[in-house]
Design a protein around this ligand. Structure first.
Ligand code: NAP
Length: 314
């Protein structure tokens, strides 16, 4: 008999196919009455599969008395109530490392796109404007630029490595100074923002980091400054960001994530100095496959009574 698995939301199709074949799946996102659905499966659920878009809250965990493990698709676990996981003595797994390089690649892509106006150049050619004259010159990533990384973790370090290859100096801010890291550390985000040209946001989302990239921080980057966010929209005061980009107090933005995604404020989309992406940092077939494999392996380990492969410890 197949074990039972409660799923909060759909996963990458090839991963979903494996889960469909391996488990008796209970798909909460398809239920019309979630409470009745949960009550009908509660006594057989020891494991849940969750995603960035469909996480799990304390109340739902409370309705599953036999729950032991939450296998999350993604490295960022801000859609899961992590405090509740700890308090209830549950184990959460996520999908670290396998997406690091992919997200770092996209970070450099949107950084360069924002500075060199790559989407605008593409439109310039397609719209026939080039026939009438050259495109206006842009800002540059070169000439002694410094980038401050907020959150020098796995992804932050992979971004730093790439920045070094582009001759960009790196500084970082986090809750503590890391040993063996060659970049200058700032204990205070505002102080770092005052000293750098580019701020790259790579720290986790969640209540602790909500709005830490404040209006003051954004203004400190200055009219030539660039903000890049590949972490979570919640870290930036989005209203302030739109205002400073609009008024010219901040130079440009490259954004993969938004506070209320997939809704992106019209005012932001109207700005020429902004490059947007639909939260695709890890969205390639090989990387999503590797992330899915970790979900599959963690669930298999749970049901086999073996140690979990990637328990979340943050
Ligand atoms: P990680 O290795 O855990 O790194 C997170 C870093 O953030 C750590 O260096 C940590 O350093 C720092 N940090 C934590 N809390 C902080 C705070 N309150 N203030 C400042 N810094 C803080 O995680 P990762 O694998 O690099 O992933 C980072 C984030 O990227 C994820 O949480 C996720 O939200 C996001 N992400 C986005 C995409 C996308 O598609 N756009 C894809 C994958 C991941 P300290 O402990 O020293 O503070």
């Amino acid at each position: 008999m197949k074990p039972d698995l409660l799923q909060m939301g759909p996963m990458y199709p090839p991963t979903q196919k494996v889960l469909d074949e391996t488990y008796t799946l209970h798909k909460l996102w398809e239920a019309t009455d979630c409470d009745a659905f949960l009550a009908s499966v509660a006594d057989k659920i020891t494991a849940v599969g969750s995603t960035g878009g469909k996480g799990i809250d304390d109340a739902t965990m409370g309705k599953l008395p036999k729950l032991k493990v939450i296998a999350h698709f993604g490295v960022g676990v801000d859609s899961v109530d992590v405090d509740a996981v700890k308090r209830r003595g549950l184990t959460l797994t996520n999908t670290p490392d396998v997406l690091t390089e992919e997200v770092a690649d996209l970070t450099l892509a949107i950084l360069l796109a924002a500075i060199r106006r790559v989407p605008q150049g593409d439109r310039y050619v397609r719209d026939g404007k080039w026939l009438k004259g050259p495109m206006p010159l842009t800002a540059s990533l070169q000439y002694g630029k410094t980038a401050g990384i907020l959150g020098l973790g796995r992804i932050g370090k992979a971004i730093a490595k790439r920045l070094e290859a582009f001759n960009v100096k790196v500084a970082y801010q986090g809750r503590s100074k890391q040993s063996g890291v060659p970049y200058p550390y700032y204990a205070d985000l505002l102080s770092m923002a005052k000293d750098v040209d580019i701020l790259i946001v790579a720290a986790p989302g969640g209540p602790e980091t909500r709005g830490i990239v404040s209006r003051q921080v954004l203004e400190a980057l200055g009219p030539e400054g660039v903000i890049v966010n590949i972490a979570r929209g919640s870290l930036i005061d989005e209203t302030a960001m739109i205002e400073v980009l609009k008024s010219g107090k901040l130079g440009a933005a490259g954004l993969d994530v938004f506070d209320k995604e997939p809704k992106v404020p019209e005012e932001l989309l109207a700005l020429e100095n902004v490059v947007v992406q639909p939260h695709v940092g890890s969205a390639t077939h090989p990387t999503r496959k590797a992330m899915g494999q970790l979900v599959i392996d963690n669930l298999a380990a749970h049901f086999a009574g073996k140690p979990l492969v990637t328990p979340y410890s943050g």
